[in-house]
Structures are given as C-alpha cells and as structure tokens.
Design a binder for this molecule. Structure first.
Ligand code: GTP
Ligand code: MG
Ligand code: NA
Length: 473
C-alpha cells in the first residue's frame, strides 16, 4: 500500500498461447527487436527470458516522469506454441508471477490456448489476455503505439462493429472454459475478472502495447506486492540445461529472489544425487535481449533477482530443468542442505507426475532403458524433450535409445554404431541445433551411421521418417 518503501523485484511474466498467435512478435514489438523474423519456419523452439528495465518500458509507453513505477523492470519468458513443447510451457508457468495469454482476434481460442488455460488454473496463476492482431480487422487504420481506446476512436463504424463482435466471441469462449473476462478499460472487478487487452504486435502498429505494459508494471505489482518484495534468500529455478561448444554444460536459470555471486557454492539435483559446485561465471544478455540467443553476454560478479541468468560451473552435466538451484550460505551444513535439495526435487517430480507431466530427467531416463532406438543430440534438454515427444506422437512411433547435449563428437557416433548389428535403421543420429565435429562426420561416413540435421524439430523427424519409409519401399 502507500508508504511502502520495501525494495521490489521485477515481476516474472510468462507468455503463452497457440502457435502463431503472435507471442514472439509482441515481445519484439515491446523490445524493438526482430527475433521472430529470424526464427526457422517462424516458430519458437526454445524457452527464452528477457529483462526489460523500467526505463525502457517508460520510453515505450511515453510515460510522464511523475507516474510512479515501483518495480525495477519486468522479466518476460517467451514460450513456444507448438504441441511438442508442452514441457517448456509447463516450466514457464511453474515459475512465473503472472501470465500473458496471447489470442489471435481472428481465430479466437485454439488448442494450445486451452491447454495453457488448464496449466494456469492448476498452478493458480493469474493472467492477462492480449487479444492480438487487431490490425487485421478489415479496414483498420494504424495509429502507431497509441493506447487502444484512442486507436478505436480513430476507426470507422465498420471496424468498430467487427471489433465488438469478435471481442464478444472471445469473451464467450473464455466463459465456456470457465473464465470470466472483460476488456480492461471496462473491467470494474479486476480481482475476479481477467483483463483483455486488444493489441497489435505489427511493428508499424503497436496499438494497445502501452496499455499492456502499464498493466504489467503498475497493476500487477499492486495485486502481489508481498510476493514481489526483494528477499535475501535465494529462490532460483533451472529453466534450461545447455550443451555449449565452448562453455561445456551450462544452465539457464530464473533467479526469482535473492542474489547470486561468482564463487557462490550451489547445489543442483541430479538423478544420481545432489551435486555441489561453485559458480564460475554469471552471464546475462544485454537488457532487452534474449537469454537463449547465442549473443554477446555480460559477465557479472553479482546478479540480483528477478533475472534470467546463464550459469557457468563444473559438474552441471546431469542438472535437471524445472528443479531448484540451492545456494549454500556460509555456516550452512552442506549435508543438510543437500538432503533438503533432494527432498524438494522429489516433491517437484511427484507433483509433476500427478499431472501426468514427467520432468525432463524422468522422461529422458526412460529413453535410456529402451535398447533399440535412435540417438538424439540437441542443444538443450528442452529441445531434446520436444524431439522425443514428437517422435513418440508421429505416425511411425520411433524409439530413442540414447541422447546427449552439445556438439556431435566421435564418441556419440561410436555409441550410435551399436545399432548397426541390432537394428540397422536405428543406426542414426538426429542432430538439432548442434555442430557436428569433423571427426564425427568422418567416422559416421566410414561406419554407416547416418546423421540427420534440420532447423526445426518437425523437419528433423520428417527427414528421418522419409528415410525409413524409403527403405521399406
Ligand atoms: P510460435 O512461437 O510458433 O508459437 O508463434 P508465436 O505465437 O510466437 O507467433 P509469431 O510471433 O511467430 O507470429 C506469427 C505470425 O503472425 C508472424 O507472421 C507474425 O508476423 C504475425 N503476427 C504476429 N502478431 C501480429 C499482429 O499483431 N498483426 C499482424 N498483422 N500479424 C501479426
Ligand atoms: Mg514464438
Ligand atoms: Na510463430
């Protein structure tokens, strides 16, 4: 309330929605970036985190300086909308404070919109709806970056009437799924009725984007002020585990509260037990840039919540996405801390299991029990999961016997050769978003292991499926 001088951390906002609703484009519009145009096939395949400092948000919304914003910024998590990436969505939801559900105004609620709504309900997460692509209303006159009511005033009667019936349709669809929604500018019961913000993410439009940002940095902190109080005890979740050619295995984490430092002793959980290690480096992208992008990172001695951070440390090979990273404080009993970490991990896994949504580690370890199958190599645990999911759901139902993260090395090819005498068609490596080292491709050619590569997980699985169908004919 008023007079509250506590330091607040940035709220964490997870963007969800059906394929092509405009999640990435909306984030591009806010950041002034062009990530979406660079995505293979126009689809998002990695979970990302972007820190938006409050100064940039002020600029973006043309806010007067006397309007107070109590939070230092906003941490936004972009997720993929394609079906096979459900675990990334689930991970984003489990650590966010608020969600942004993007709906294409011309299409209404779709399959992954509804999946997202179920996920949010289960995790008890509030959300704002961005009813996107208003510029697609027939005859829309663009009013770049204006608040939505102002933009609507400038439209013809025909546009306004199409807007009204499409809005009513969307509200009805939410109602059918058990949610009360209203356009935010008419919403008198924001505590119980979810806000809809009409938006356009097209770079020369951007109508409604200022409204959306205002809700996120002014209204959201108001309804969860206690939750956003900065606290010295570290709360941190592993978002992604990456195999990096130069850095080895790194983890992308979301630091929800507290601070991390170079040299901190931390515990990560693995299937084989707790691993205690020392943080070598803390990397963040430039403000307004994606953590997942392979860009230029800033090195930090300290990072304060909330932030998306890449952690470089030895011994992270078996870290599990979705579990907590525990910071060991001076004076802590290490044994006790490790036991507590493992207990928490078990709780996370069993909670996920109840929801028939196994954690990465579980799903992936099941794979290893399969004796005949393909070898999959990916840049991260999240993309590996998506490939495994898609292989399972494809008409061919292709098993996987082993996997690895990072560049394809000779050892990977060696492992894949095991299938040559067992089931020749499985003597193959599906490689996604990773380099194939020269020695590895030489050995593959000599031994008869095929390496498949593609820029989307769907094309990757298709190219293998075509290959085995060709063998059958
Ligand atoms: P996935 O990550 O694959 O789930 O999709 P997404 O929800 O991130 O959608 P994306 O940002 O990739 O946008 C999909 C397509 O819609 C792209 O061609 C965008 O240019 C277009 N698009 C997104 N938002 C808008 C909008 O507000 N207006 C118009 N006209 N086109 C939009
Ligand atoms: Mg996207
Ligand atoms: Na897309």
């Amino acid at each position: 309330g008023s007079g509250d001088e506590r330091e607040l951390r940035a709220p964490i906002c997870c963007i969800l929605g059906h394929v092509d609703a405009g999640k990435t484009k909306l984030l591009d519009c806010i950041r002034g970036t062009r990530v979406q145009e660079g995505e293979a096939g126009g689809i998002t395949q990695h979970i990302g985190a972007t820190y938006l400092p409050v100064e940039n948000i002020r600029e973006r919304t043309s806010l007067k300086s006397e309007v107070t914003i109590k939070v230092p910024g906003l941490l936004v998590i972009d997720t993929p909308g394609h079906e096979s990436f459900s675990k990334m969505r689930s991970r984003g939801v489990s650590l966010c404070d608020i969600a942004l559900v993007v709906v294409d105004i011309t299409r209404g609620l779709e399959k992954q919109t509804i999946e997202s709504l179920h996920l949010l309900k289960r995790h008890n997460v509030r959300f704002i709806v961005a009813m996107n692509k208003v510029d697609r209303l027939y005859g829309w006159k663009s009013c770049p970056n204006t608040p939505i009511l102002e933009a609507l005033k400038n439209q013809s009667d025909d546009v306004r009437s199409e807007y009204k019936w499409r809005l009513t349709e969307v509200i009805t669809q939410f109602k059918e799924n058990g949610f009360n929604t209203a356009p935010y500018y008419k919403n008198k019961k924001m505590k119980r009725v979810f806000n809809i913000v009409p938006t356009s993410a097209k770079s020369d439009s951007g109508e409604g984007v200022p409204d959306l940002l205002m809700l996120l940095v002014r209204w959201v902190p108001e309804i969860m002020i206690d939750k956003l109080a900065f606290n010295n005890s570290v709360e941190c979740t592993i978002l992604e585990v990456n195999g990096d050619k130069d850095l080895g295995t790194t983890i992308d984490v979301v630091l929800i509260n507290g601070a991390l430092h170079q040299g901190d002793q931390v515990i990560v959980c693995t299937k084989q037990g707790p691993v205690t290690t020392i943080i070598r480096d803390l990397l963040t992208p430039q403000p307004m840039k994606e953590l997942k992008a392979k860009g230029v990172y800033k090195h930090h001695k300290e990072v304060r919540a909330a932030h998306g951070v890449k952690i470089v440390a030895p011994g992270l090979q078996h870290a599990m996405a979705g579990t907590s990273l525990i910071a060991v404080k001076p004076g802590d009993d290490l044994r006790q801390a490790e036991t507590a970490a493992m207990q928490e991990m078990i709780l996370t896994i069993s909670a996920a299991d109840e929801n028939k949504n196994r954690t990465a580690a579980e799903e992936v370890s099941r794979v290893k029990s399969c004796k005949e199958g393909l070898y999959v190599q990916a840049s991260s645990i999240g993309t590996l999961e998506a490939i495994i999911d898609h292989l399972k759901s494809s008409n061919v139902d292709i098993p996987v016997s082993d996997w690895n993260l990072g560049p394809v090395n000779k050892q990977d090819v060696m492992k894949a050769t095991a299938m040559l005498n067992r089931k020749e068609e499985y003597a193959a490596i599906l490689a996604f978003d990773v380099k194939v080292m020269h020695e590895a491709s030489v050995l593959a050619a000599e031994s008869g292991v095929r390496i498949f590569m593609a820029d989307t997980v769907y094309k990757l699985v298709d190219s293998y499926a075509e290959h085995i169908n060709g063998l059958k004919e």
